[in-house]
Design a protein around this ligand. Structure first.
Ligand code: AP5
Ligand code: ZN
Length: 216
């Protein structure tokens, strides 16, 4: 299957995509992760994307499509993928249809994680993670038991995304409403939309996604 995870920043796309990967053997393809890797590597795409990401805007369709197209031609795709944070514009959604068509595939479902704007800003601002194992923490909601030391692996190096400030999270949310939310109607018109209440706790959202992924 080819599953799309749609939703604003902090909706839980990454959290749930990792679970779907573990439980259903789907491959998580996150354009956010790919872009952050490109920025860290200092590649041309990364250099072009860096300032846009730091300001909370959307990177150009051209750059995003070039990085995702490369991955979509890998052997993973036939096993099933979960697209985390892609597509984010109508142009990307149309390009995805074309890309999949060329591989003899199509979108199976577009899962829309529905959440409340104010809660999203709080989830994103203050978030950080262990640099060694990726375990997630939060200034307000989840501190490690021993300050500065990872509960899971004992590592002491924590990292924070440059765009996880309250101000930038607000800009990311605006970009979502202006450019990505119209995709809800786009996929509804194709009979592919699966709305999920993502204000529920992580385990409940996971159950809902489990049912969707199991039923296709
Ligand atoms: P990206 O990396 O995709 O970031 P995002 O969409 O802003 O999403 P986040 O990673 O912040 O949140 P998430 O939904 O994955 O939530 P998470 O599971 O982490 O994109 C970053 C940037 O890259 C963009 O701003 C843009 O510039 C660029 N970009 C990426 N893709 C692009 C594209 N296709 N086109 C153009 N530009 C693109 O959860 C958040 C927090 O909440 C965590 O702490 C988690 O533990 C917690 N949490 C999760 N679920 C729950 C729950 N149910 N209840 C309580 N807490 C929860
Ligand atoms: Zn760790």
């Amino acid at each position: 299957p080819v599953l799309i995870l749609l939703g604003p920043p902090g909706a839980g796309k990454g959290t749930q995509a990792r679970m779907l990967e573990e439980e259903h053997g789907l491959i998580q393809l996150s354009t956010g992760d790919m872009l952050r890797a490109a920025v860290a590597a200092g590649s041309p795409a990364g250099l072009a994307a860096k300032a846009v990401m730091a300001a909370g805007g959307l990177v150009s369709d051209e750059i995003v499509l070039s990085i995702i197209a490369e991955r979509m031609h890998g052997p993973d795709v036939a096993r099933g993928v979960i697209l985390d944070g892609f597509p984010r514009t109508e142009g990307q959604a149309l390009a995805l249809e074309e890309l999949l068509g060329g591989l003899g595939l199509r979108v199976t479902a577009a899962i829309s994680l529905e959440v409340d704007d104010a809660a999203m800003i709080a989830r994103v601002a203050g978030r950080y993670s262990c640099a060694a194992c990726g375990e997630g923490y939060h200034d307000q909601f989840r501190q490690p038991v021993h300050p500065g030391r990872c509960d899971k692996c004992g590592g002491g190096d924590m990292k924070r995304r440059a765009d996880d400030t309250a101000e930038t999270a607000g800009e990311r949310l605006k970009a979502y409403h202006a450019q990505t939310a119209p995709l809800i109607a786009f996929y509804q018109a194709r009979g592919l939309l699966e709305p999920v209440d993502a204000m529920q706790d992580i385990a409940q959202v996971r159950q809902a996604l489990h049912r969707i992924a199991g039923g296709i």
